[in-house]
Design a protein. Structure first.
Length: 111
């Protein structure tokens, strides 16, 4: 059965991690400290992988479902959503490092 926004909002932490399934491999992982993470399990190349979709409430139920559908389209076209996400993250880190080098001032000694 699919989750509702009200169920997601009202779920309380338990003494163990809990998974509330929404369908299509997506679920809400509720940690013991009360934090809630959207995840999606999928298989590619005979291996099971987990894609992190986001943190609730920053990513709402409808946004998580949209991201799940995007990931499923990538899988249908032979792509790996986790690998694409990691490549984008590395590219972003390179851009940030390049900006830092560009704006760093050389150190000078005044003695």
């Amino acid at each position: 059965m699919a989750l509702t926004e009200l169920e997601v909002k009202k779920v309380k932490p338990a003494d163990k991690h809990r998974k509330l399934f929404d369908g299509g491999g997506m679920y809400l992982m509720v940690h013991t400290n009360g934090s809630k993470y959207w995840r999606m399990d999928y298989r590619i190349g005979g291996k099971q992988k987990t894609l992190s979709i986001g943190v609730y409430p920053d990513v709402t139920l409808s946004e998580a479902r949209n991201r799940r559908e995007q990931a499923r389209k990538l899988l249908a076209n032979g792509g790996d959503p986790s690998a694409i996400k990691q490549a984008a993250k590395q590219e972003k880190q390179k851009n940030i490092a390049g900006c830092r080098k560009q704006f760093q001032k050389p150190c000078r000694r005044t003695s």
